[in-house]
Design a protein around this ligand. Structure first.
Ligand code: SAM
Length: 384
């Protein structure tokens, strides 16, 4: 199939589909993917089956894959499962916790459970020493006071000991309306209370104390239901940097596979504000200011990232970006075309694939107007 699309500055791009077919990753993958992917939710997460397809199509075993906007680490985990080495970067500390949890899980379920029990018993001893007065009111609204004290003291201990896997499990049960979660009735992806739908007078059990230990242990068991075994000799590196400042050694990367933040379609820090607070981040807003807010900022970010990473990418290697249309003031802006124009202006990439994948309604986050309806996959090859 071939068709032509007009770019912003009048550029004509041939739209072909040679190696990738959206049908290969259509449908839900929740029942087949590694349950490590489901450790804790993340907005804008890509499908694991889609990441796997990109990885196996554009890289070989033991290649090094870089994801400069790694989010919850979907590409990172699928790279390891496929026997590739991985470098993952993100600016958001919640993303970093999830990436490290997925890259370095405990060796066995037994080890994870034992470690969780040890930290819980230590946190029970230390609970009295934690200054509860410092917890802001907006956090207190989500929890029974005794539950909050337990989460607060356990999260502090896990943070101090860099226990990313256990921390990610705890963050994964922080808010929801189901009994296995710790908050008063609330949404799961982003933190909103559902007190109108579940008034305390009618549902008193949803507002009672929730014991952290049994819920955390069950969460760990769920995560270990389908846990992958990685080749221990694969390199796994994680950075927490602004991607614009990420510079890597020359010729060290075999492929870049990433889904960059496209304009203000999603607020990665704001939507994770409750989780970030328990990670010790009191000022979550500063992280969203690094995400581009308009097409000009987006172009600057992508130009800098592509220029800085260009020397690190080996000749003939691929740079695969997953991007979305953004709707603003009744206009749809195609961020993928902007990236192709940057690549064309650099004069050193061939665009090998440019594919549209419709985002099903159930996967769209809130933000009606700005919400992404189409995803685009661009495959660029470094030609010299
Ligand atoms: C579309 S999400 C990536 C989702 C990821 N592929 C996944 O499956 O979870 C984009 C990510 O870019 C990160 N980000 C935004 N601006 C950034 C910057 N300047 N430097 C590094 N990361 C940034 C956000 O925190 C977010 O996690």
């Amino acid at each position: 199939m071939m068709m032509e699309i007009k770019g912003e500055a009048g550029t004509t791009i041939n739209y072909t589909s040679l190696k990738l077919r959206p049908v290969d990753w259509s449908g839900s993958c929740l029942a087949m993917e590694s349950t490590l992917h489901q450790i804790s939710p993340y907005i804008g997460k890509i499908k694991s089956t889609f990441a796997e397809k990109l990885i196996t199509t554009y890289t070989k075993p033991r290649d090094t894959i870089l994801d400069p906007f790694a989010g919850s680490g979907t590409v990172a985990l699928e790279s390891l499962i496929a026997g590739r080495q991985v470098i993952a970067n993100d600016i958001n500390p919640y993303a970093i916790t999830l990436i490290k949890a997925k890259m370095f899980p405990p060796n066995s379920l037994e080890e994870a459970i034992k470690s969780a029990k040890d930290y819980i018993s230590l946190s029970k001893k230390q609970r009295g020493e934690i200054d509860f007065e410092e917890v802001p009111d907006w956090i207190k609204k989500f929890y029974h006071q005794d539950t909050l004290k337990e989460i607060n003291s356990l999260s502090q201990l896990l943070r101090e000991n860099n226990e990313d896997f256990l921390m990610a499990c705890l963050l994964g049960i922080l808010h929801h309306q189901r009994p296995g979660f710790l908050s008063y009735p609330a949404s799961h992806l982003v933190p909103y209370l559902r007190t109108k739908k579940y008034p305390p007078e009618e549902y008193p059990e949803m507002y009672s104390y929730r014991d952290v230990e049994p819920r955390l242990l069950k969460k760990i068991q769920r995560v270990y239901r389908r846990i992958p075994i990685f080749d221990g000799s694969l390199n796994r590196i994680c950075f927490q940097k602004d991607a614009e400042k990420l510079v890597l050694p020359e010729n060290s990367i075999d492929a870049i596979i990433s889904s960059p933040p496209y304009m203000n379609a999603l607020d990665y820090a704001r939507d994770n504000r409750l989780r970030l607070w328990f990670l010790g981040e009191k000022d979550y807003e500063k992280y969203d200011t690094k995400s581009p807010r308009n097409i000009e900022d987006f172009k600057i970010l992508m130009k800098n990232v592509m220029k800085n990473l260009y020397p690190a990418l080996k000749i003939n290697s691929y740079c695969v970006f997953v991007l979305g249309d953004v709707n603003k003031s009744k206009k749809s802006i195609n961020t993928a075309l902007a990236v192709i124009e940057i690549a064309n202006s650099m004069g050193s990439f061939d665009c090998e694939e440019f594919i549209r994948d419709e985002v099903p309604t159930f996967r769209r986050a809130r933000k009606e107007g700005a919400c992404t309806k189409n995803e685009w996959i661009i495959v660029l090859r470094k030609v010299g």
